[in-house]
Ligand binder design. Structure first.
Ligand SMILES: [Zn+2]
Length: 339
């Protein structure tokens, strides 16, 4: 841990409208269950997720895993204010060796994965696809603020598990996350079926006024053999909240006919749940011809010369697959003046 985490807790806001019955895709819906001191967010991703994943034509298992990382990033990054940036990255030894999701507040999302197609086998779950390594979450709130990075080891577990570990150890906020990603098949205009990616997720946190109630005992690290592990004492309100979230099925999270509001109500209606203003999410890369040109100009001339193929320098953005082509003279260093 390099510094104290900035606030990625869920702020309380003013409710502004009645629940919508109609599902809204590509949006994040904050909610609160005040009687249990719970706050959370629900997200549904449709076209934005499909756009990111189909640009790369990932094999289904890789698309699903990157989709899970996108849902998790959306749930966490959407609490950032102003022009903050939340970056989730994994580096691991499994078939999917690298994932990155870059969320730029308030609403821009981009992502890509690196994988070894030869090592992809049927039936590998997310934990096996990742393998061992670590997950890093970086929060950048602009030049005035210090950058924060939290690291979580990945040891063959999935991203939900990694998120729980992160919040238990780094933030000490009782947290539950559920992520679901699937491909749906829809009839196309000319009778052909078209596959589309859909995803959903929920984040629930226990934020009581008294910090004592949120305490979770960490498992003992160096307890001598024979020591009885003490079961962590959890607050009843939190046990109730997390038990409800643990019952959410993947189908409920991705169901295109079930709105986030209805799902929140389905889960928490007995305790009373308030929803807040939903925030839209879009898939949009931040690359530009100018930013690529600036990057090339920062390289030594020698490196740029190595990049010339057929008289051109071609750069492809790994996030969005946009291609930028330059004539070497466009980005040559100025001639050094004669001594
Ligand atoms: Zn791009």
């Amino acid at each position: 841990m390099t510094s104290q985490s900035p606030d990625i807790k869920i702020p309380s806001e003013t409710p502004i409208r009645a629940p919508s019955a109609v599902p809204v895709d590509d949006a994040v819906l904050p909610f609160e269950v005040a009687s249990l001191d719970l706050r959370g967010r629900l997200t549904r991703l449709g076209p934005a997720l499909d756009d990111v994943l189909t640009k790369h034509d990932y094999p289904p298992a890789v698309g699903k895993l990157l989709g899970e990382a996108i849902v998790l990033t959306t749930l966490l990054g959407s609490s950032l204010k102003f022009d903050g940036r939340f970056i989730l990255q994994t580096q691991t030894d499994g078939p999917v060796s690298f994932l990155i999701v870059d969320f730029q507040a308030p609403d821009r999302l981009r992502a890509y994965a690196r994988f070894d197609a030869k090592r992809l086998e049927d039936g590998l779950d997310s934990g096996a696809l990742l393998g061992k390594g670590h997950l890093a979450m970086t929060i950048d709130q602009g030049p005035e603020m210090s950058r924060y990075q939290g690291l979580v080891p990945l040891e063959g577990n999935d991203l939900e598990h990694a998120a729980h570990e992160y919040f238990l150890r780094s933030e000490q906020i009782p947290t539950r996350v559920r992520l679901a990603v699937a491909e749906e098949f829809r009839g196309g205009e000319n009778g052909g079926a078209r596959r589309r990616w859909r995803a959903g997720g929920i984040l629930l946190q226990f934020l009581p006024k008294s910090p004592e109630r949120a305490r979770q005992d960490l498992p003992p690290g160096d307890a001598p053999p024979g020591t009885e592990a003490q079961a962590p004492r959890e607050d009843d309100a939190w046990v109730e909240g997390r038990s409800l979230v643990e019952t959410v099925s993947d189908i409920e999270l991705i169901d295109p006919a079930l709105s986030s509001e209805r799902l929140a109500y389905r889960l928490f209606h007995e305790r009373g749940v308030r929803v807040f203003r939903a925030a839209a999410i879009q898939a949009q890369c931040s690359c530009s011809r100018q930013s690529v040109e600036n990057m090339l100009q920062s390289f030594p001339q020698e490196d740029r010369d190595d990049m010339i193929e057929n008289g051109k320098i071609t750069v492809t953005c790994e996030f969005c697959s946009s291609t930028y082509v330059f004539a070497p003279a466009e980005i040559a260093s100025p001639e050094p003046s004669a001594p």
